[in-house]
Write a protein that binds this ligand. Structure first.
Ligand code: ZN
Length: 399
């Protein structure tokens, strides 16, 4: 039996009621056995103990949308974008998703794993305890399978829970430039059946220049037949109908939503689709933020994620995402932290994660500050003092 007791917590966010001051948390065998006031805490046996000395504790971050397995970078493209180059101009210069596809196809599985593991270790040190990882930089059968295998291996070898998503319909690969139907046939008839054992979900980038609503519907129907739930890249660069599609097919999440309307929000709320918002992408693209406050007002469950990818959101820190959600998108600090923890867990269908009550997963973060408001208030500083995954300290800083 493994036991860990946290004492001296200045302020505890449980996501299941008001914050608790002067709190304690007891963890036994990877689960929370007590989270409440220190005065009511049970007597501890012979397990480990950490005195938090007034620091705040929140649930571990759940990063519900990433493309963290890739090779190469797009720093040159970033420079062009900051000088005002358009997406189309960048594509003409050989940039965009397809340049990452070329680098990823050439990299090999071992190099892909090592590069991604370095990023994921930094994410864990920044307080992330669960992460969703998409394929989509292979766009051929072998590389798509390699990306999903690497994602699964990250969850196996590192102290983080990983959920995987097949995103074969991310972009049209160069070799199919004049044969959209041929590529979709490949995705549906060959890639999906081969990827299904390695994937929890299927995703499609619904956007002008990527895939249409009708094309996406075909992919999602095939995925549903293989038992894969749907996630949709929806309404990112324009209003393309991805959110309404997500609602109609009962998708698990609709992601991005920068151009979502009040009607989209109503549809998402009615059908229980979680909105996964990625303010880092809007920040990097200098495009409008998703209407987070409106989505919450309409009763949509909102999650926050990094969208970590080398083109439009090379962010690893959920703390920075929380800050962007507060400062740029207009969520309150409490809403943003809840969305980055409990919201993410709901977006990944993990009902026993993202909150701290008896019986929930012992995934949490000790913050080097007296309250969690310091996370949005002090952007760019990693305020994580200890990351605890399944009741074990897995990362820590010495400040
Ligand atoms: Zn994405």
């Amino acid at each position: 039996m493994s036991e860990l007791l946290l004492t001296g917590i200045g302020r505890l966010i449980t996501n299941a009621g008001d914050p608790i001051t002067d709190a304690a948390v007891m963890m036994v065998d990877g689960e929370i056995s007590y989270a409440g006031t220190a005065s009511d805490a049970p007597d501890q046996g012979g397990g480990d103990r950490i005195d938090c000395e007034g620091r705040a504790v929140i649930p571990g971050f759940v990063d519900a949308h990433t493309h963290v397995v890739f090779a190469g970078d797009r720093a040159d493209e970033f420079g062009l974008k900051m000088q005002g180059a358009s997406y189309a101009q960048i594509a003409k210069h050989g940039g965009g998703i397809l340049s990452t596809v070329a680098a990823t196809r050439a990299a090999g599985e071992e190099a892909l794993f090592q590069e991604a593991a370095t990023r994921v270790r930094r994410m864990i040190a920044s307080g992330t305890t669960t992460i969703e990882i998409k394929s989509g930089y292979g766009l051929d059968l072998d590389t798509e399978l390699a990306l999903l295998s690497v994602a699964r291996k990250l969850g196996h070898d590192l102290p983080v829970t990983v959920k995987t998503t097949f995103l074969g319909a991310h972009a049209l690969p160069v070799e199919y430039r004049d044969d959209r139907k041929g590529y979709l046939d490949l995705v549906v008839e060959e890639m999906l059946p081969a990827a299904a054992p390695l994937a929890d979900y299927c995703d499609v980038f619904v956007e002008e220049g990527a895939f249409s609503v009708d094309e996406a519907r075909r992919v999602f129907e095939a995925a549903a037949g293989l038992g894969l739930g749907a996630r949709v890249h929806a309404e990112q660069l324009s209003h393309s109908g991805g959110a309404a599609l997500a609602a109609r097919i009962g998708a698990v999440s609709a992601d991005h939503l920068d151009h979502a309307t009040a009607n989209d929000a109503r549809l998402l709320a009615e059908s229980g689709v979680v909105a996964v918002l990625v303010p880092g992408a809007s920040y990097t693209l200098r495009s409008p933020q998703a209407p987070g406050p409106m989505l919450l007002d309409q009763g949509v469950t909102v999650a926050l994620a990094t969208d970590c990818n080398p083109g439009t959101s090379y962010l690893e820190s959920m703390g920075l995402v929380v800050s962007l959600a507060v400062v740029e998108m207009g969520l309150s600090a409490e809403q943003a932290i809840q969305a980055a923890t409990r919201g993410g867990a709901l977006a990944l269908q993990m009902p026993d994660h993202g909150f701290l009550v008896q019986g929930s997963a012992a995934d949490l973060v000790i913050i080097v500050a007296p309250s969690a408001v310091h996370i949005p208030y002090r952007p760019g500083t990693n305020l994580v003092w200890r990351t605890i995954k399944a009741g074990r300290v897995v990362a820590g800083a010495w400040h």
